[in-house]
Design a protein around this ligand. Structure first.
Ligand SMILES: [Zn+2]
Length: 299
């Protein structure tokens, strides 16, 4: 299949709201400017890789030039160029005063922003003959980085919407177009509303998991526009006895050692919690779940 997304450039959405100062026209103009910059970055990368590939077998990308079926392994003309987004929730919160899940109007405004992004991406695709596609960035580090940068450069504005624990530096923006992870909503309602963004986002879309799996799957595909659902169990890995148990626990269920590490999939893939940046730790603590979890856990 040889699918290749050559690069992902992610937009810091809350910053657009800070710069727009509540003005719709300015907000959409800023959005246009930023998408144009993203497209420029993609073009530069494409030109650079094309130049490297032109050296064929004597260049640094020999493997990608490998030609077994009449075309090189990396087919540049078929590449996709991703445009991601972080912090739609905080953009809406700063711009309208309500979070994305707060009202029908804020949800509608969010959809308007994404629809506009899609329109601009499609225009740029035609203009440059490249495939620009919106993606819900699995922002393992970006959500933290953007929040930190904005607290530095737009401290007054960012302080009003940044999520997490500022005292501990565990700050983050909400991923892509998702709702506040701490918002108390039932999972069906969450996927239903979050799924309304999916028809506009062609590359992968993510939504947190839930209980009652079978019922959940049926209801989701019958009643929502979601493209995909991922169920992500969590695990505790013990450094003392080496065993793994289901769920996040303070101590190993096998040997009671507290030398444990959690393994969970907060966005794109499974990782050990001890390897996370502070922003992701902040998000984990805020994450809303149906059942009691991490009760009394302070890590
Ligand atoms: Zn153990």
């Amino acid at each position: 299949m040889r699918y290749s997304a050559l690069q992902n450039v992610t937009l810091n959405l809350p910053r657009l709201a800070y710069e727009a100062g509540g003005d719709n026209t300015r907000l959409f103009a800023k959005l246009g400017e930023r998408i144009a910059i993203a497209a420029k970055a993609h073009r530069e990368k494409r030109d650079f890789i094309t130049r490297l590939l032109s050296h064929k077998a004597s260049g640094p990308l020999t493997l990608l030039n490998m030609d077994l079926d009449g075309t090189p392994y990396l087919r540049m003309h078929r590449c996709t160029y991703l445009i991601g987004m972080v912090g739609m929730n905080e953009l809406i919160q700063y711009h309208t005063g309500e979070e994305l899940h707060g009202s029908v109007e804020s949800m509608k405004f969010g959809l308007k922003v994404i629809a506009h992004m899609k329109l601009l991406a499609d225009e740029l695709s035609r203009k440059y003959d490249m495939r620009f596609v919106l993606e819900q960035t699995p922002a393992e580090s970006t959500a933290y980085r953007f929040a930190k940068l904005d607290l530095k450069h737009f401290p007054e504005e960012a302080l009003t919407v940044v999520k997490g624990n500022r005292g501990e530096g565990e700050v983050y923006y909400t991923n892509s177009t998702l709702f506040d992870v701490g918002a108390p909503m039932n999972p069906i309602e969450r996927v239903q509303l979050e799924g309304r963004f999916h028809p506009l986002i062609e590359a992968g879309a993510l939504t947190p998991p839930a209980e009652s799996l079978a019922d959940f799957v049926i209801k989701t595909f019958k009643n929502t526009k979601n493209d995909q659902i991922a169920f992500s169990p969590e695990f505790t890995s013990c450094r003392a006895c080496g065993k793994v148990s289901r769920g996040l626990h303070e101590a190993c269920l096998w040997c009671r050692s507290t030398e444990v590490d959690g393994i969970t999939r907060i966005t794109g893939y499974f990782t050990k919690i001890s390897s996370w940046n502070k922003g992701k730790i902040g998000e984990l603590k805020d994450r809303y779940r149906n059942q009691g979890w991490l009760a009394g856990r302070n890590a």
